[in-house]
Structure formats: C-alpha cells, structure tokens
Ligand binder design. Structure first.
Ligand SMILES: [Zn+2]
Length: 468
C-alpha cells in the first residue's frame, strides 16, 4: 500500500508503527462547530472514511480520533454575535454535524473528543508548561503564551516554507494566518473582553487555548506520542498542522506523525465556494434539491482525493445515473443467482483489481473504473444468457466485499420491512420443521410483497426483487 506523504512530497510505501499487530492510529481534524459544515468539509471527511474502510478491508485494525473544535476565535465570535453562551451555541452545530455524518454514511470515529473537556484543557496546559521549560515557548507582555518558531528548526518543513527567506512579523495571536504573516503563534490566549465568560485558569492567568494546541493535546492524549496517519484538508497544512508538529514534537521529542495525507479543495462550477458568490452549499441544501445521502456520498467520493473536485449539478446527475447502473446490475445478478441453473458456461473469478487500485494512494477513480467495466462485462454475459447462477453469486459476494468500502447500496436494499422480516422468520421456522409446503407458501407471500428469499450456506437472505 502506498500513500502520498505531504511531509516528503513523495509517494511512500505504507509501513505502520506496529506491522505485527496491524493496529493503526489515525487522527483526523474535525469540524469547528461555529456553523453548519459545507460540502467541501464533507469531501475531506468522506476521503478519510474511504481511507479507514480500505485499511480495514486490508485487515488493519484502525483506531481513529476526530476532534471537535468547540472553542476558538470563530466559535467565540459566533456565540457573541448570537448572544448565547458558547456551549449552547456550539451544541446545535455538533448535532447538525452528526446528523450529516449519518446521512453520508461516514463511519463514526472511535472517539470525538471536544476541546472544552477539562481533561484536554489540563493536557494543553501541561504541554504548554513543558514547551516553556524547554525554551520553546514564552509568555509575552500581552500575557499570552507563544511558540518560539525559530527555536524549532523543523518549523515550515511540512508546508515546505523556507523560514530564512520569509520575514517574520513577530507574533500572531489569531488562529489562522498565512506565510505573509509568519510568526510565533499563540498557545494560550490571555483572557480579554472579547472572550466574555469563556476562560479557564492556568499558570499564566485566565485565558483559553489556541486552536493548534487543542489537536496536539487530544491526539497525544488518545493515541500516544506517535501516530501512523494524520489527515485533513490542504487548508490545514499551514499553519495548523505545522504548528501541531512543532508543539507535539517539542514536548515528546519523538516524530509525531508517519504519514500526512491531505485532501484537495472542492470547487463549485470551477470557483472557490463562498457565501458571496451564492455557490456555498451545506448537505441540507442538496437534500432539499431532491438528492439522497448516498448520491451526495458518491459525488464527493468519486474523484481522487488529491485532485480538486469540481462540484456541478451535471456531476450530481451523473452520480445518480452511476448508482442506478449499480442498482440495476445488482438486481439482475440477484435474479440470475436465484435461477439456480448451473450450466457451467461462465466461471468468472473476481480478482483484486479494486483493492489494488485503492492500495495505490487510494485511487478511487481507477477502482470505480474497474467496477463499471465489470458491470459492463457481466451485463453483456447476462444479455447472452452466459452467466450461470454460481458466477452471479460470486459477483454478488464480490460486491458485498467492495461495498464495505464504498457503502453505496440503495436504502431500499438495506431496510427489510417488518412484515417481510416476520414472514422470513416464519419461513425459517417452517424449514427447521421440514415443512416444505409452508416454506414455499411463505416464499410466495414474501415475493408478493416484492422481496426475494435466497437460501445460502449462511442461512436465509432477503433481498428486494428488481430493486432500483
Ligand atoms: Zn486539528
């Protein structure tokens, strides 16, 4: 398996810290809950979902942490403008985030630590104290604590900035800045009036953490000093991830992250998404236009994560058509598999091309290309009555395997209505009592409701007939 590592700017063979145990620690920067996440944010979360699911398909045990930034410049500004307490202000966007995650079928992380939890605040204070004792941080006359970037020779390595070529502007109190304003960044921000009642006690006086130290604290607290993969959007590279490296390695003295993976931007009609251009979309905006969660999931997933994804309405229509082709194919395969005629004409054996494409820096376009080529070929074989039941079953099993990564099966396939499930249970009982007549009657009844029963070696399977 190979990934493009932002740190080296090279494709590297993936070697986890612990190859024998096959355990992988992944940290992914989560949402800042000051507004509803937009589809560009979800592109990155879907890329991370794809990464986790593929690693799991390849037999790795993934432990993933995604943080929730519920205190920073933006959340404080938002709560002040709304005139409600910070906790209440961020709670609504946390809830919306989890709702959207569910709609898009994004696998939940193992942990979602929130920056305002006291144990993480304690950890941040502990880390800042350690940085000060090592001469890597200092309290300035404004009472805030800053990281001394010139004492950390690797600062700028991730973003590939040559600090000697850049003019430092001294200190930066804001969480976000660019290389034109490079400088010592804030670890602990002394309380000021703008912060209202948002403050914690610290050895440096009342204040609140800077955004960057939050991730270093939560990542090392939950995953240890060294992690395998750290993901985020390209926007996070500088200053956020650069700062995370400086803080974490400044405290532990160990290499913080083995592989840095970053997802490219999402554009809308070729332009950067922005509220002023009217091309700024959240998930509910797309659902309102009649698209389903899985259609949006597909649209955000289908382009390689390092290529910019241009979101268009035509693209949404294409996604809808692609999924319809998959649905139709699955329905045909199920029909063929149910025929139970084995004429031995076709003995197709699915290979590993799909997985191999994803092994190659998560090349989803190649993986999907292989899926659609397979659909074309098996459809042609079915048109000519050349696909036997056993082969159709093999392809269905193959789909089941790759769908643990894609998670694109239609909702109609997944939800078995209670009355169908009930008839299925009765049929299982009838078969256990070898009442074949009753079993066949129940099959008819299930069929009349539009469902199909298949008896497999793993027991009875219910699938929708001719599902679309
Ligand atoms: Zn982060």
């Amino acid at each position: 398996m190979r990934f493009f590592n932002t740190y080296s700017r090279q494709i590297e063979e993936f070697e986890p810290r612990d190859p024998a145990e096959r355990k992988i620690a992944i940290y992914t920067c989560g949402p800042t809950v000051y507004s509803r996440a937009h589809i560009g944010n979800f592109r990155a979360y879907i890329f991370e979902d794809l990464l986790q699911r593929h690693l799991e398909l390849r037999g790795y045990k993934v432990h993933r942490v995604m943080n929730i930034t519920d205190v920073d410049d933006k959340t404080i500004r938002g709560s002040r403008e709304a005139g409600i307490p910070l906790g209440k202000f961020t709670a609504q966007f946390k809830e919306a985030f989890f709702e959207d995650v569910e709609t898009l079928r994004i696998k939940r992380a193992d942990e979602f630590p929130a920056a305002t939890e006291q144990r993480y605040i304690d950890r941040m204070i502990e880390m800042i104290g350690a940085l000060i004792s090592r001469g890597l941080a200092y309290q300035a006359e404004d009472r805030s604590v800053y990281f001394r970037i010139h004492k950390f020779p690797n600062y700028g390595k991730l973003a590939h900035f040559d600090l000697t070529q850049l003019q430092s502007t001294g200190r930066v109190k804001h969480d976000e800045y660019d290389k034109e304003h490079i400088g010592d960044f804030a670890l602990w921000k002394a309380w000021d009036e703008e912060d209202g009642d948002v403050k914690w006690d610290s050895p440096w006086g009342p204040g609140r953490p800077g955004w960057h130290i939050e991730c270093s604290a939560m990542a090392t607290a939950l995953l240890g000093d060294q992690i395998d993969i750290h993901c985020g959007g390209v926007d996070n590279i500088f200053p956020h991830h650069e700062a995370e490296i400086a803080q974490s390695e400044g405290v532990t003295g160990k290499k913080f992250v083995r592989y840095w993976l970053h997802c490219a931007h999402l554009l809308v009609d070729g332009q950067k998404m922005s509220k002023s251009l009217g091309n700024f979309y959240t998930l509910p905006d797309l659902l309102e236009k009649g698209y389903t969660g899985r259609e949006i999931r597909y649209a955000l997933m289908r382009v390689h994560y390092r290529a910019p994804l241009n979101f268009t309405w035509e693209g949404m229509e294409e996604s809808r058509q692609s999924l319809a082709r998959i649905d139709e194919w699955l329905a045909r395969l199920r029909e063929t598999a149910a025929k139970k005629i084995d004429d031995g004409k076709n003995k197709t054996q699915p290979g590993e091309q799909f997985e191999q494409a994803l092994d190659d820096d998560l090349n989803i376009s190649a993986a999907l290309g292989f899926l659609f080529e397979t659909i074309r070929e098996t459809n042609r074989a079915m048109d000519e009555n050349e696909l036997d039941a056993a082969s159709a079953g093999t392809w269905l099993d193959w789909w089941k395997r790759i769908n643990t990564v894609l998670d694109l099966e239609s909702e109609a396939e997944i939800v078995v209505p209670p009355e169908v499930a009930h008839l299925g249970k009765e049929r299982e009982n009838a078969r256990r009592q070898k009442d074949w007549k009753r079993s066949d009657e129940l099959r008819e009844q299930i069929s009349a409701l539009g469902w199909e029963v298949r008896d497999t070696k793993d027991g009875q399977k219910l699938t929708r007939r001719g599902a679309s």
